[in-house]
Design a protein around this ligand. Structure first.
Ligand code: ATP
Ligand code: MG
Length: 258
């Protein structure tokens, strides 16, 4: 029987257009789809399709460059572009992890405490709890629990990336966005990061620009195929990969272009 249980929407994107004003590039055109809560949504497609632009729009990181944006993005039903939205709070609620894990030049535990301390938290027990909770959530705790005081820079690449995920989780986001988080990692580290995402989606809404088509097929509960600024197709990951509805999607996932 077809499962028709209604999925709850965390972010609803409607008629979204984004243009970089410095060179006039219209990077997103009429994007519209919903991001379900407690699932992994993957944005995939060839270079320049607008995946990073969309991620940076969802927590308004793109405010820092000269962009013009039209359309709406609703987070729990509230438009993130409305004038009374506090962007600092928005960016805590919708956290982002980038391709290159760049730990701060501190110990493992201080990497995680740091953001909270900046936000004014100075209670030792709260900070210690956050370190353990975040490292567990990022599936790193067992590997580092006996050496929390060691320099973070001594961790492997895959451990550093999970540390960077843990650092964002310490701030208790609702949505976790990751932009090609495994692009520099070996297959074993990549598998560990992917495994941590499977845990994380139970508590968070995960949006990822995967590092490859294969990774998209492995992890996407929902997949959005983006091509030259447009949304070509959006569907449940397994359906999109087993029965693409659009010829362009089919060509891309079967390796005929891109
Ligand atoms: N800061 C910027 N200023 C001007 N144009 C930009 C800027 N950032 C991105 N663009 C342009 O917007 C378009 C989409 O880029 P974006 O980085 O979002 O694509 P992407 O899908 O993430 O690509 P990739 O797979 O290479 O990461 C491209 O044409 C790019 O040149
Ligand atoms: Mg990108």
């Amino acid at each position: 029987m077809v499962n028709i249980a209604k999925t709850e929407t965390k972010i609803s994107i409607d008629h979204l257009y984004v243009r970089y004003e410095d060179d006039g590039t219209e990077s997103l055109r009429d994007i519209h789809f919903d991001i379900p809560i407690h699932a992994i949504t993957a944005l995939f497609g060839p270079a320049g399709g607008g995946k990073s632009t969309l991620l940076r729009t969802l927590n308004r990181l793109n405010d820092m460059v000269d962009v013009s944006t039209r359309g709406s993005v609703l987070l729990d039903g509230v438009d993130i572009f409305s004038s009374n939205i506090d962007v600092v709070t928005l960016r805590r609620r919708v956290g982002i992890v980038f391709a290159q894990p760049i730990p701060l030049p501190f110990s493992i535990s201080r990497n995680i405490r740091y953001g909270l301390e900046l936000a004014g938290e100075n209670r030792r027990s709260r900070l210690d709890d956050a370190v353990e909770r975040s490292l567990r959530a990022a599936a790193l705790w067992d590997e580092v629990k006996d050496r929390l005081g060691d320099p973070a820079i001594a961790l492997s690449g895959g451990q550093q990336q999970r540390l960077c995920i843990a650092r964002v989780l310490a701030l208790e986001p609702e949505v976790l966005m990751l932009d090609e988080p495994t692009s520099g990692l070996d297959p074993i580290s990549t598998a560990k990061v992917e495994a941590s995402l499977q845990l994380l989606k139970q508590d968070y809404t995960v949006i990822i620009a995967p590092s490859s088509i294969q990774q998209t097929a492995r992890i996407a509960d929902w997949a959005a195929f983006m091509l030259q600024g447009e949304l070509v197709e959006w569907n449940r990951g397994e359906d999109l990969f087993s029965a693409p509805r659009n010829k362009k999607t089919e060509d891309y996932i079967t390796g005929r272009f891109g």
